[in-house]
Design a protein around this ligand. Structure first.
Ligand SMILES: O=C(O)CCC(=O)C(=O)O
Ligand SMILES: [Fe+2]
Length: 285
């Protein structure tokens, strides 16, 4: 390994405060270069301060300027056959682009995901305005993240999602598992990141903006626990093996959604959020 000179604390603080103030990583790199840092050196310093792999920074900042990133393909009714599995598209809405998918996961896959996740559950967190994860009263469930390709089962499901939505596996964040008990819920929110938030640049430095979400139901709660879309007047029933997919542009208010309180029993979901640029280096299979 080559040893790198330490990063001056003032420079570290400036990079953090500038990105938190909403300036893009590209703008920070540009300013550093204007003050005499060479491009390679400034990239490696910014990657280190923002705690992101250099490859992710490169993938993001070398994206053609002003060009939109990738988009998902919306599944088409009545049925999609993906890797030999017939998935039913039982409901379609155009604004937001939303699909209810039945038979996305088998009962065995749902059980196995719950089993793999259970020992690692923690109180679910949200991303705060500085890009840090924090406990959030709006989200009372327990959760955990798998890393991309973490187990053969996770890999298989991620591959299925990638084929279904026609987007490479590495555009996905790690699969998140959430567990809700009676009374627990996820209050109305958007999954896209707000560009007005000071932490926007740091949150989107890796992978760019979120473009779509897939919420997969791993069990059927006895009562309650559906996913509501208040702008549409729609509630999707949580049914084991089914999922709701929805895609959005930044600022799309029609994509507002909530995990309704579980009234009886429990609720388990797996969520896959997709980004416009590669989010991480997926393990190769
Ligand atoms: O629990 C639900 O039904 C919704 C979950 C959700 O909105 C999310 O994971 O982003
Ligand atoms: Fe959400």
């Amino acid at each position: 390994m080559t040893s790198r000179p330490p990063i001056r604390p003032e420079l570290r603080e400036w990079i953090l405060s500038t990105t938190r103030a909403g300036h893009s990583v590209e703008a920070v790199l540009q300013l550093m270069q204007e003050t005499g840092y060479d491009p390679r050196q400034s990239r490696s310093i910014v990657a280190s301060v923002l705690n992101m792999p250099l490859t992710a920074l490169d993938a993001h900042t070398q994206a053609p300027k002003g060009q939109p990133g990738r988009r998902t393909r919306h599944p088409e009714a009545p049925q999609m056959t993906v890797e030999g599995r017939a998935i039913d598209v039982s409901l379609s809405i155009e604004s937001p682009a939303l699909r209810v998918l039945n038979n996305l996961l088998s009962a065995e896959e749902c059980e196995a995901l719950i089993k793999e996740a259970s020992p690692r559950l923690q109180r679910a967190k949200t991303v705060d305005s500085s890009g840090k994860q924090q406990i959030d009263a709006r989200r009372t469930s327990e959760g955990m993240f798998f890393t991309v390709g973490e187990s053969p089962l996770v890999k298989r499901i991620e591959q299925r999602i990638a084929s279904l939505l026609s987007i490479p596996v590495d555009h996905g964040e790690g699969l998140q598992i959430l567990h809700y008990l009676p009374g627990q819920q996820y209050e109305p929110h958007y999954d896209w990141f707000d560009p007005e938030q000071p932490g926007f640049a740091a949150i989107t430095a890796k992978g760019g903006q979120r473009i779509a979400s897939l919420v997969m139901y791993l069990n059927t709660p006895e009562a309650g626990g559906g996913t509501a879309f208040p702008e549409v007047g729609l509630t999707v029933t949580a049914l084991r093996g089914s999922a709701v997919y929805f895609a959005y542009d930044t600022g799309d208010h029609a994509s507002l959604h909530a995990g309704l309180p579980v009234q009886k029993g429990e609720k388990w979901i797996a969520t896959k959020w997709l980004r416009e640029w590669p989010f991480q280096i997926a393990s190769r299979r």
